[in-house]
Design a protein around this ligand. Sequence first.
Ligand code: BGC
Length: 750
Amino acid sequence: MKKIFIPLFAAAVCALSATASTPVYLDDTRSIDERVEDALSRMTVKEKVAMLHAQSKFSSAGVPRLGIPEFWTTDGPHGIRPEVLWDEWNQAHWTNDSCVAFPALTCLAATWNPDIAMLYGKSIGEEARYRGKDILLGPGVNIYRTPLNGRNFEYMGEDPYLASKMVVPYIKGVQSNGVAACVKHYALNNHEVNRHTTNVIIDDRTLHEIYLPAFKAAVKDGGTWSIMGSYNLYKDQHGCHNQYLLNDILKGEWGFDGVVVSDWGGTHDTAEAITNGLDMEFGSWTNGLSNGASNAYDNYYLANPYLSLIEQGKVGTKELDDKVRRILRLAFRTNMDRNRPYGSICSPEHIEAARTIGEEGIVLLKNSGKVLPINPKTVRRVAVVGENALKMMTVGGGSSSLKVKYELSPLDGIRHKFGPDVEVVYARGYVGDPTGEYNGVVTGQNLKDDRSADELIAEAVDVAANADCVIFVGGLNKSAHQDCEDSDRTALELPYGQDDVIRALARANRNLVVVNISGNAVAMPWVNDVPAILQAWYLGTESGNAIANVITGTVNPSGKLPMTFPVKLDDVGAHSLGLYPGTPRNDGSKIVDCKYDEGIFVGYRWADRNKVKPLFPFGHGLSYTDFKYGKAKVDKSSIGTSGKLTLTIPVTNTGDREGSEVVQLYISDLKSSLPRPVKELKGFKKVKLAPSETAEISFEIDRDALSYFDPSLHAWVCEPGSFEALVGTSSADIRSKVRFEVSDTLADNK
Ligand code: BGC
């Protein structure tokens, strides 16, 4: 066959208008599958292997001879990471790579609003596209199993249903830009300590009911074009080349047609990488596959070692072609799609999106005596206390660290919002971590303070006692052992003596608002002494404005917790059973086995089953208005398993201001062959209501909401019997219940 040679630019020109001589792979009137096969047929084995591994820290090769561009990846998931040097983690000091930092994914999950997830995905996708990126390394949907996990802030909470509903629009939004989402970290990467050596031991039912649904939704409903394997092991194989997770489930059962990308340095073995589902290898640091060496890309497990196995006839090219097909498909979806939009960066729309997401995700945990909102016209002096009122939070935390166009601090947001007629006085209160640098990006803040804890508290109390109200802004930060990749927290308690500061402030002034900035639950032993508490997450660029708008009531809070806040660590299954972080094997292998023996009872499922009262339950979040729930009704009292019923419930805003409520539907299976959680989230709707307005909220209930995963059948099973639909404003505040029957059994493998 005659080979057609088309250099890069000629290829681009050709693509503008297909003619009879246009090669099929450049003709975008053809299907992607036809184009893939055509391109594949033109490639040499060497060119194919070159596509399977990195050529720099964040890029991989295309096929220059055919005009197929290289791929550029970027973290993810809260903003577009600054450019780094070719073979370094350190930033390259470009001057045009600052981004908008969107709120952390925990905050997005706390909005319980899929439209907001779409806005998030679309906006961050535009930034990625503008910066010339083809793959966005995010979003993350690992389930929140322990509040100590240093990376929970990058994920979407403890509930598989909520995470599934929120991840899908994020992916669609990103991919509408011709940029691939790369959903991570698949799977079972639920804590950071020993992240490369933890081998998760989990039963099939728990795997399918708790830890896989959000990934499955990302693939089947979100249509994600790529997915990132995880560092940890499952069944003694690393997540990045795992027969069970990648071949059997992801590519087999779910029919994933995209690319499996390794986590950076998550590849460990050429043979497994060839056969066990990995398509693209990144971040290995390898010299002869043993030690570190710079620019060692040809030594990657899927580079020369693979090529020489093929050349020696030791392995065939079936797997190679499958991997390259997937990568070519990705190219036609992204960098070879000449119709993809150009993107934009730091636009007013993105800044507004960042603020809106933050405002919708802030959770009002407590508001006794209606201390909040604070009307700036009714105060003359406001005390702001706490390091997090000024500390930049977009630098640090690991790979999600950013270089931002700007980050408005809570203190500046409050000052701006209260205006020139109100005196805002600041006191530090405590010293946490005054440093601020990540991979060469510096905050430029000088937060050093050598005063003792007593001196700092005395100053804060003095300022508080002489103010009309006090806003304490504390919590965690992005330093190691806080909310930070590659380490876990060491305790549920707030660090740096903050509990003492808060108690002292509560004694000094009754009008105290605590704003907790974290991506994780924290213990609040002072909860009864403090009238108002806001959970504010990491909110990025517009942090200060979002917080100030909620504090002053410009925005009525409507976020709900995507995770349970336990009173103490022992109230969490993994800790109560002593399972975290696992047990090292005594065989010299460095492997740490971590048993997920709490099974499906994660988060509120554990609290419900063991009747543990949380500090704040999953789904909890107050408003400045009140909502009254009427009686839930179903249109049929009995259905077959292939049927559906509709539940309706009126919800009324009984307060005097507009507000949004997240109406939550939980299902309880009253009798079943296998133990089931007391209830499980199976629907939610966020509705905005004017004062006195009533909305009739409806939910469809079908077998998806009723089934459990039966490991013996390897199928989702819906059993006959009685069920209860519970509608509430949180998992612990159910306002109405209705019973219905299911008349026959159905098992299916969908
Ligand atoms: C993280 C990934 C990240 C990658 C590239 C890894 O250490 O686990 O989430 O995308 O680095 O920065």
